[in-house]
Write a protein that binds this ligand. Sequence first.
Ligand code: PGA
Length: 245
Amino acid sequence: MRRRLIAGNWKMNGSRESLAELDGIAAAAQARPDVDVAICPPFTLIERAVARQSGLAIGGQDCHSAARGAHTGCISAAMLVEAGATLTIVGHSERRSAQHETDAEVKGKAEAAIAAGLTAIVCVGETETQRDAGEAARVVEAQLRGSLPVAGGDALVVGYEPVWAIGTGRTPTVEDVGNMHGLIRTTLRDLLGAERSGAIRILYGGSVTAANAAELLAIADVDGALVGGASLTAAAFVPIIGVAG
Ligand code: PGA
């Protein structure tokens, strides 16, 4: 049985004051020992977040594939570890589109994260145009095959985030989420074998809120949620943790 993971992605939001939200989130996480809870704040807040709530898993939102070097503005997996992070998101669609990250780059980032001891949440997801063209399954499978590290450990989580559902208040139907998570599970099995793939959690992300979390988390092969907007406050995030058990 895979433990549920509810991960919050603060994106480029939050300040030192926002870290007070972690108190309520950590309390809710403690009250649900059967659920893993993580928050990925901006890099500058990681160390303070860890200091404030050491019981909560704190993660990055990206890392570089290299260990060090001339990469202005980037951060290495080891730097995240030093700051106290235990996981990182890689390949978020906002980076794939705005920073033009390719599947191969995302794979390199995931490999670097796992090698440094982090859990890598590798994100995949189709655009609205791709879904309308009937290409969603093909696109997501290709992203998985191109972005997932197949060697080097199992500290791996997949985040399925349809791009058109992120920050829009729209979500796919229960049937569409179920079909896509089933396809992801099948692809994982093909890439990693039955035993390894069975332990890997597949999160749904895109407009998850307290209002729809229970329905989404009840779908087969939905092992948790990747939450953007609704992770910014304890008031919005705690009810999602509450229905995750
Ligand atoms: P959202 O973002 O919950 O605000 O839609 C999800 C994400 O991009 O991870």
